[in-house]
Design a protein around this ligand. Structure first.
Ligand SMILES: [Zn+2]
Length: 101
């Protein structure tokens, strides 16, 4: 019978998987020219990573959340997920109300 992995093991596997994929991407990024990087940034800035349409920035308690104007996907900048997770329960409920579909 297979043993169910503990949460700690799952966390460890997810982190290892992320690091493995990140290394592959970093290698690709090193081969990109600065000019190509600039072009990509201009092309994708404030565009939904899923459907490519415009993102709308909404400020909630200092957390700048980008919500897609088409598919309503919600995107967070680096560090913002930690900030959201530290909200009080009532503020967290309001947060989800603001960004629910
Ligand atoms: Zn979208």
């Amino acid at each position: 019978m297979a043993k169910k992995p503990s949460e700690k093991e799952e966390e460890c596997f997810a982190r290892m998987e992320f690091e493995r994929k990140k290394k592959i991407q970093e290698e690709k990024h090193r081969r990109l020219l600065a000019e190509e990087k600039k072009k990509l940034a201009a092309l994708h800035y404030m565009r939904c990573p899923k459907c490519g349409l415009e993102l709308i920035e909404i400020d909630y308690k200092g957390i700048k959340v980008d919500k897609c104007s088409e598919c309503e996907g919600v995107w967070l900048d680096a560090g913002e997920l930690q900030t959201v997770s530290k909200l009080e329960q009532s503020a967290l409920e309001c947060f989800f109300d603001v960004f629910k579909k």
